[in-house]
Design a protein around this ligand. Structure first.
Ligand SMILES: C[S@@+](CC[C@H](N)C(=O)[O-])C[C@H]1O[C@@H](n2cnc3c(N)ncnc32)[C@H](O)[C@@H]1O
Length: 230
């Protein structure tokens, strides 16, 4: 470790960690490890018991546009390892009969008290029906932080990303109650033209938010649509 000091996002001073290049570790892996170890949000997530640094993105989005409430039915798509779900649980009282939290991911996710965890590929045609089966009523919030693994072909990657956002929105339009909220991760300067048009038709307010915890060098941003017209 070097003795260079930094201030973490939680206001604490932290040490900058230097990573030695191990013979068998690829340079890209070394860079990733170095970034993780020196990322104040990774440190904060560990300190505060969040499963991922992504938790702070949802916290920051909800600070700008507060939509998470005590009585709330929430579907969290692309939920693993569960940082966003933990933030949802900070607000939602899952004991309330009109509340429910469903977390879905193509990858396994550790259980969380009060949450229905589903391991399922959301791009499968049967995925929405499987979700309907577990829902106990109309949904107030649909979240999508889904990110397909990059194939390395820019156009293909972009199409897959847009495909998942469109599927998430189709689902949201079917399950949301009037006044409901849709939040989705989008890329490359925001939701594409057709998607944005549809969002503006169906919701009272549509906004793009790049939370401070989203890495500056990442093209990700979030579209937040509130006031579903029903
Ligand atoms: C950025 S991570 C989500 C992080 C999560 N929101 C958190 O706070 O911990 C993106 C997630 O999308 C999931 N994903 C990608 N494609 C998916 C699909 N077709 N169906 C369901 N989940 C998918 C990935 O498995 C991954 O866990």
């Amino acid at each position: 470790m070097s003795d260079k000091k930094k201030t973490s996002s939680s206001g604490r001073r932290m040490m900058s960690v230097r990573v030695k290049t191990a013979k068998r570790r690829k340079n890209s892996s070394t860079q990733w490890l170095k970034r993780q170890l020196n990322d104040p949000y990774v440190v904060r997530a560990q300190e505060e018991g969040y499963r991922s640094r992504a938790a702070f993105k949802l916290m920051e989005i909800n600070e700008v546009v507060p939509f998470l409430k005590k009585k709330c039915r929430v579907v969290d798509l692309g939920a693993a390892p569960g940082g966003w779900t933990q933030v949802v649980l900070n607000y939602v009282d899952t004991n309330h009969p009109d509340s429910q939290v469903v977390a879905l991911d193509i990858n396994p996710m550790d259980d969380m008290a009060g949450v229905t965890v589903m391991e399922l590929d959301f791009s499968l045609p049967e995925a929405p029906d499987k979700l309907f089966e577990v829902l106990t009523g109309p949904v107030d919030v649909v979240l999508s932080d889904m990110a397909p693994p990059a194939m390395g072909h820019k156009q293909t990657d972009h199409l897959r990303i847009i495909g998942l956002v469109e599927m998430a929105l189709d689902f949201a339009l079917e399950v949301l109650s009037p006044g409901g909220t849709f939040v989705a991760k989008v890329w490359q300067g925001g939701a594409d033209h057709d998607l944005l048009k549809l969002l503006k038709q169906k919701f009272l307010k549509v906004k793009h938010i790049k939370p401070p915890s989203s890495r500056k060098d990442s093209a990700e941003t979030f579209v937040v649509a509130t006031g579903f017209k029903g």
